[in-house]
Design a protein around this ligand. Structure first.
Ligand code: DUC
Ligand code: ZN
Ligand code: ZN
Length: 465
C-alpha cells in the first residue's frame, strides 16, 4: 500500500485537498486530509498537484513513413512519455493498401509487446477500404479492443481514401459504434499546389506550409462532417486540427449537437509558420508536419486555445511522429515534399499544456480534462484510466507548480537529434510518475522498465449518442 499525502487532487470537476491510497495497481480510496489510516508507505505530495496520469491518444512509434520510419521505438518513446507524465499512449497500427487489416494489427502488437514502459492501446489506420477491411472493422471492435479507425483525405497513393470509401467506413462505424478519426486535408488539391511550387523552384521547408493552406483543411473537415451526416451521424473525430477555419466547421457541427469531436496538438497552440517552419536554410524541416504550422499573422493560436476552453476542441494529443534531422529530415534537402512529416513531443505535452494554465488560457480542471480524462472517455478507457477515483488504475502524476522545466535535445529522452521545443521553459515540472501503482519516475530519475506496459483493450467512446 502507498499513500500520496498532502497534495491537491485535480479532476475535471475541480481541485480538492485529499490523500490517495494505492493498493497494488489500483486506487483504493481518497481521504480528507489527516483521515487516512497509518501504515502505508507515504509519498509526500505537499505543495504538488496530484493528477491522473496523462493519456496521449495520438502517437506514431516506429511508423514507416516518407521513405523512412519514425525514430522512436515503443521502448524509447514510451519511456520518454513516462518521464513526461504520460502513462498511457494510443498508437496507430497500420493497414497498408492491399494488406489484411488483422495482419497490420498483428505487426503492431509484435513491435509493442514487451517493449512498452507504460500501458498502450491501438487505433487502426485503414489504408484500403474494401469489403474485407469493412468486415475486419467489426472483428476489431468486437474481439480486439480496437474501436477507432483513422482514414486519410490526404496522401494520395499512400493512405488516401476517396469519398466513397470514407462513406462506406462511416456507415460501418455507425453500425458497430466505432469512432472514425479523420486526417482532414484535401490531398489531391495539395498535390497540385506542391507540384506547382516545385516547378517554380520553391523548395524550402516553408513551402510545405504554404502548399497546405487552411482552406484545404477547412474544406476537408467540412466534407468529412457532411459525409458523417449522410452516414446517420457516424461518430467523427478530427485529428490534429490546426486552423481557425477548420475549427469553425467543427464548432458549427457541435452547435447542432452532432457526434463531431476534434483534437489539437501543442505545436499548433504555440509554434508558427513564420517563426519555425520559415527558419533560415533547411532548419524549418524540424517543424514539417501535417497538418502544417499556421501563420502568426492570423488568429489560429488564440482560436485554438479558445476552442479548448469551449470544448469545441475536446482534447490535446501530440501526433508524436519523430524524425531525426540526420538521414531522415535531410531526405528533403532541395525538395520540401520529401521531408518526412512529423514532430516529436510525447515527453512534453503535460508541461506545455500546464504553461497554458500559468498563462491564464486554461483552468487547472480543464488542463487535466484535456490531457487525461477526455482522452480516456473519448476512446473507451474510462474509468480505468483518466481519473483519480477508487477502483481506477493507479496512474498518477505529482506535478510541481513551483518547479521549472527547460526543454532541450541535451536533456530529453526521445530518440531525436533535435528538439522542436529547444530552449522552451515551463513554469512547472513533473515530479513523480506512478504507473499502475509503480513509481516509474521521481525527481528526474527514471525507475521504470520496458515490459511494464500492458496492452489495453478499449471499449466504445462514452461521448456517443
Ligand atoms: N502527419 C504527420 O505530421 N506525421 C505522420 C502522419 C500525419 O498525418
Ligand atoms: Zn494525420
Ligand atoms: Zn498522426
Amino acid at each position: 500500500m502507498k499513500l500520496i499525502k498532502g497534495g491537491t487532487v485535480i479532476s475535471p470537476s475541480g481541485a480538492s485537498k485529499a490523500d490517495v491510497l494505492i493498493d497494488g495497481e489500483t486506487i483504493a480510496a481518497l481521504y480528507a486530509p489527516g483521515q487516512a489510516p497509518d501504515g502505508p508507505e507515504v509519498i509526500d505530495a505537499t505543495g504538488k498537484y496530484v493528477i491522473p496520469g496523462a493519456i496521449d491518444a495520438h502517437t506514431h512509434m516506429q511508423l514507416p513513413f516518407g521513405g523512412t520510419a519514425a525514430s522512436d521505438t515503443f521502448d524509447t518513446g514510451t519511456r520518454a512519455a513516462a518521464i513526461g507524465g504520460t502513462t498511457t499512449i494510443i498508437d496507430f497500427a497500420v493497414q497498408r493498401t492491399g494488406e489484411v487489416v488483422q495482419d497490420g494489427l498483428a505487426a503492431w502488437h509484435a513491435k509493442a509487446a514487451g517493449n512498452c514502459h507504460i500501458d498502450y492501446a491501438f487505433h487502426m489506420i485503414l489504408g484500403g477500404v474494401d469489403d474485407d477491411s469493412l468486415k475486419a472493422m467489426d472483428q476489431l471492435v468486437t474481439d480486439e479492443g480496437v474501436t477507432s479507425f483513422k482514414l486519410f483525405m490526404a496522401y494520395p497513393g499512400v493512405f488516401y481514401s476517396d469519398d466513397g470509401q470514407i462513406l462506406r467506413a462511416m456507415q460501418k462505424a455507425r453500425g458497430n459504434g466505432a469512432m472514425i478519426m479523420m486526417h482532414a486535408e484535401n490531398g489531391p488539391a495539395i498535390d497540385v499546389l506542391v507540384k506547382q511550387a516545385l516547378e517554380r523552384g520553391e523548395t524550402d521547408p516553408i513551402f510545405h506550409g504554404l502548399t497546405r493552406p487552411q482552406e484545404l483543411e477547412a474544406e476537408a473537415t467540412s466534407r468529412a462532417i457532411w459525409l458523417a451526416s449522410v452516414a446517420a451521424d457516424c461518430p467523427l473525430y478530427i485529428v490534429h486540427l490546426s486552423a481557425s477555419k477548420a475549427l469553425e466547421q467543427v464548432a458549427a457541427a457541435r452547435d447542432l449537437g452532432r457526434n463531431v469531436f476534434a483534437e489539437t496538438c501543442p505545436q499548433y497552440l504555440y509554434l508558427t509558420l513564420e517563426d519555425q517552419l520559415g527558419a533560415p536554410g533547411f532548419e524549418g524541416a524540424k517543424w514539417v508536419c501535417s497538418t502544417p504550422l499556421r501563420s502568426k499573422h492570423e488568429n489560429h493560436r488564440a482560436d485554438l486555445w479558445r476552442g479548448l476552453r469551449t470544448n469545441d476542441l475536446a482534447m490535446v494529443s501530440t501526433d508524436h511522429c519523430p524524425f531525426c534531422m540526420k538521414d531522415q529530415k535531410e531526405l528533403g534537402v532541395g525538395d520540401f515534399s520529401k521531408i518526412p512529416n512529423g514532430i516529436g513531443s510525447v515527453e512534453h505535452r503535460v508541461d506545455l499544456l500546464y504553461q497554458g494554465v500559468v498563462d491564464g488560457k486554461l483552468s487547472l480542471a480543464r488542463w487535466v480534462e484535456t490531457i487525461a480524462t477526455t482522452p480516456a472517455r473519448m476512446f473507451g478507457l474510462y474509468p480505468k484510466k483518466g481519473i483519480i477515483a477508487p477502483g481506477s488504475d493507479a496512474d498518477i502524476v505529482l506535478y510541481d507548480p513551483n518547479g521549472r522545466t527547460r526543454i532541450s535535445v541535451e536533456t530529453h529522452h526521445m530518440n531525436m537529434d533535435y528538439s522542436a521545443w529547444e530552449g522552451w521553459e515551463i513554469d512547472g515540472s513533473v515530479d513523480t510518475v506512478i504507473s499502475r501503482g509503480s513509481v516509474v519516475a521521481r525527481g528526474g530519475d527514471y525507475t521504470g522498465h520496458a515490459g511494464h506496459g500492458r496492452f489495453l483493450k478499449r471499449g466504445l467512446s462514452e461521448y456517443l449518442i
